[in-house]
Design a protein around this ligand. Structure first.
Ligand SMILES: Cc1ncc(C[n+]2csc(CCOP(=O)(O)OP(=O)(O)O)c2C)c(N)n1
Length: 367
């Protein structure tokens, strides 16, 4: 393992100026260190966004690098193939390896990417090297030498990072958040949505919903970050008689913000979009999102949602949910929440398989 400090210092020494990315806990250490100099790290909405920002930096004479989890590789493949490879822009990309080397030791949503990440990059003709858990700083330097050789030829270079290959840090530039306690928010939502179909976004939100109450009308989405509201839209279209509530995160909503336009355009009367905004990617270690720059209620209004409101208390949340269920939507409720701290319940897939979650939900919707 190399330390987070060694990781950042090695890249600093080689003249890398700006990093961008979407967090994985594997890069929690480096991103936390970069947070001390915010102008040097661009927290991207999605991985393609990060690669495009890095491409712009490279075009403007800077030396960028990108950090992402392999679950986000799909988001990056379009700008990788049509931009970076086509225009021959040298960008250094670090990809953490979930579901690798043994997919069975990771969560189910990482299995396919874990076993195909190397092969996918091979198919695309992209050079890649792997930083393993037993690599030290010399090994990292040798690997960067090889990557830089590729970059000099105008090609991107990928470094695949095994879990545990880069250390974390307790040194963060984080500031305390403001909002409602997330456990109480989730209890309020559970109390109000027993008769609804509920779709919960990936990470801690789905875990917290599962931990608060496990019901067949819950779809715990693990993976497919940013797509919970689109799943909910599909459900709402097909079951107009049922209220569909989607529990989104700020990072997840920002990842595919265009989904709000699609919802506004289709305007399902039975859709309630709840954005739990803690200002962080808490599930991957609390790295900041750009949600302070975004007012979700105004975004929803601008995208033709029927109503949008910020909720400031648990009572207000309870009332707003009841009202949303009985008046035509789509509605958006933005709830500022506090980071959960350490008490996060286990994943639904510890108790149920992913196909079981889907089958139960399907049966509930058919009822
Ligand atoms: C495409 C993709 N990129 C990155 C990840 C890793 N990841 C899992 S949860 C998460 C953070 C989600 O943040 P947010 O929606 O704000 O919810 P919070 O974790 O704060 O509850 C990230 C980045 C992922 N699962 N998928």
């Amino acid at each position: 393992m190399i330390t987070a400090q060694d990781f950042v210092a090695a890249l600093d020494d080689r003249g890398y100026t700006i990093a961008s990315g979407v967090p994985c806990s594997s890069f929690g250490g480096p991103i936390a260190l970069l947070a001390h100099t915010p102008e040097r790290y661009v927290p991207a909405a999605n991985e393609g966004n990060a690669l495009a920002v890095a491409t712009g930096v490279a075009l403007a004479g800077g030396k960028p690098y990108v950090m992402l989890q392999n679950s986000g590789l799909g988001n990056l493949i379009n700008p990788l193939t049509s931009l970076v490879l086509t225009y021959q822009v040298p960008v250094l990309v670090f990809v953490s390896l979930r579901g690798w080397p043994d997919p069975a030791t990771d969560e189910p949503q990482h299995v396919v990417m874990g076993r195909t990440t190397h092969a996918l990059l091979d198919t695309l003709g992209v050079e890649h090297h792997t930083l393993t858990r037993d690599s030290d700083t010399d090994g990292f330097a040798a690997l960067l030498d090889k990557a830089e050789h590729t970059l000099e030829s105008g090609q991107p270079a990928f470094v695949l990072v095994e879990r545990g290959a880069v250390g974390g840090t307790t040194d963060t530039a984080d500031t305390p958040g403001r909002g409602l306690p997330s456990g109480e928010v989730m209890q309020t939502i559970v109390d109000a949505t027993g008769d609804c179909a509920v779709v919960a976004t990936t990470g801690y939100t789905a875990r917290e919903l599962f931990g608060t109450a496990d019901r067949p009308n819950h779809f715990y989405m693990q993976g497919s970050m940013g797509h919970a509201s689109s799943i909910a839209l599909g459900v709402a279209i097909n079951r107009p008689d049922r209220t569909v509530v989607v529990l989104d995160g700020d990072g997840a909503a920002l990842m595919h913000l265009g989904a709000l336009s699609v919802i506004g355009d289709r305007a399902p009367a039975n859709l309630v979009h709840v954005v739990l905004d803690n200002g962080r990617h808490e599930s991957t270690g609390g790295q900041r999102t750009t949600s302070t720059a975004t007012d979700f209620t105004r975004v929803a209004e601008a995208n033709s949602y029927r109503s949008a409101a910020r909720v400031e208390s648990l009572d207000e949340l309870s009332r707003a949910l009841q009202q949303a269920k009985t008046t035509p939507g789509p509605h958006l409720l933005a709830v500022a929440t506090l980071p959960r701290g350490s008490a996060v319940p286990p994943r639904a897939t510890n108790a149920l398989s992913a196909p079981q979650i889907a089958a139960r939900f399907r049966t509930d919707l058919a009822g």
